[in-house]
Design a protein around this ligand. Structure first.
Ligand SMILES: *Cc1c(COP(=O)(O)O)cnc(C)c1O
Length: 390
């Protein structure tokens, strides 16, 4: 039997078969539909007797290649690619749940995930309860007879708290819950939730998967029986990923490993620098020695990832003047870009939460999130240092 290939090799060598041109790199299939050889061929395609592409809302060679790569990286059977990370989340919840169902979710979710759970799903009679990342012993008591799905994000954004994926998998199994993980922060290079029991893994491809701040997209992969239900929902509701974005993402995955290693190298250096700076109250980074869950971080994440957060001394005002003094780095709300991005969550990404809600997920007034990019680490550190001290 051939030896199992490694992550980077799959990322590069999983490829759509070449055309008659014998091109080396997968071409872009910018077409809305595909043709049939004959009336009989068309009939057989529509009857699902033979496989193939019909219409790019259903499937397209570029989207298929992107899905195939993510499936191999995450150890998943099947997947669906979507127009954004949020479309993947909504496709998952919309495709699998019905009126009367209940979701148990970790409290510190991405902002729009919070809006889907709290503002949209209740319209269709689907309810939710938040569980606190810092109080895992309470989770079991929050499961109701109608709880169908466990939805998690780890590491959390922006607090970088971790949830034990294996423990959550056992909880989901014991209560027959569909176990879904938003793995956007870690990427499959650093963390593969399916190995810890997850049924489905979701990504905003907009972040580290594209990695260059160019395109919006999403993907959800996992066990075939759930993916089929999600695919039915997304096929007919229509949030298809464009072939162009799928082509970009698939190319980007070829360098995911080397990029993530550099994101992690730079983030580690920044975390060490911040931990030693007298204007910093504390620093949070999954593989830094000060992280309260360091042992868990080492168990479930290969490295600490590309995001560092810290609490500046002096609270809200000092945090805002830090952001204003940033010179080289970018003031933006995105993450997973080649360019380092600084964000003040309390006044931007998480400003819609109440003060109490922010405190419950560790978003203090002086918290700053740095999505560390791929610039030279010395230049990143120098800009952060001048903004902290000037
Ligand atoms: C950005 C993000 C999303 C949403 O993805 P979009 O591509 O912006 O729709 C979901 N979850 C996490 C953790 C994210 O960072």
């Amino acid at each position: 039997m051939p030896k199992k290939k490694h992550f980077e090799t799959h990322a590069i060598r999983t490829q759509t078969p070449t055309t008659a041109e014998r091109e080396h790199s997968t071409p872009l299939y910018m077409t809305s539909s595909f043709t049939f050889e004959s009336a009989e061929h068309a009939r057989a395609m529509f009857a699902n007797e033979i496989e193939g592409n019909v219409y790019s809302r259903y499937s397209n060679p570029n989207t298929d290649e992107f899905i195939a790569k993510i499936c191999t990286m995450e150890g998943a059977e099947d997947g669906v690619a979507t127009a954004s990370g949020m479309a993947a989340i909504f496709g998952c919840l919309g495709g699998l749940l019905k009126q009367g169902d209940h979701i148990l979710a970790s409290r510190s979710l991405f902002g729009s995930s919070h809006q889907i759970l709290s503002q949209l799903l209740p319209r269709w009679g689907i309810t939710f309860t938040y569980a606190d990342t810092r109080e895992p012993d309470k989770w079991e008591s929050l499961i109701q007879p109608n709880t169908k799905l466990l939805f998690l994000e780890t590491p959390s954004n922006p607090g970088l708290d971790l949830i034990d994926l294996k423990w959550a998998g056992e909880l989901a199994k014991a209560h027959n819950l569909i176990y879904v993980v938003d793995n956007c922060f870690a990427t499959p290079y650093l963390q593969t939730p399916i190995e810890f029991g997850a049924d489905l893994v979701q990504h905003s491809a907009t972040k580290f998967i594209d990695g260059q701040g160019r395109a919006i997209g999403g993907v959800i992969v996992g066990s075939k029986k759930y993916i089929e239900e999600i695919r039915f929902f997304t096929r007919h509701t229509g949030p298809a990923l464009s072939p162009f974005n799928a082509w970009l993402f698939s190319k980007s995955l070829e360098t995911l490993g080397v990029r993530m290693d550099r994101h992690c190298d730079n983030a580690e250096k920044l975390a060490v620098f911040l931990a030693g700076n007298s204007n910093v109250h504390f620093v949070k980074y999954p593989h830094h020695k000060n992280h309260p869950q360091l042992e868990l971080a080492r168990r479930q994440m290969k490295r600490g990832g590309g995001v560092v957060c810290f609490e500046i001394k002096g609270g809200f005002d000092k945090a805002k003047s830090f952001i204003d003094r940033i010179d080289l780095l970018s003031r933006s709300a995105n993450l997973g870009d080649t360019r380092t991005i600084v964000t003040h969550p309390a006044s931007t990404t998480h400003s819609k939460l109440t003060e109490a809600e922010r405190m419950a997920v560790g978003i203090t007034p002086g918290l700053i999130r740095i999505a560390v990019g791929l610039e030279n680490a010395d230049d990143i550190l120098q800009d952060v240092e001048q903004a902290l001290t000037s």
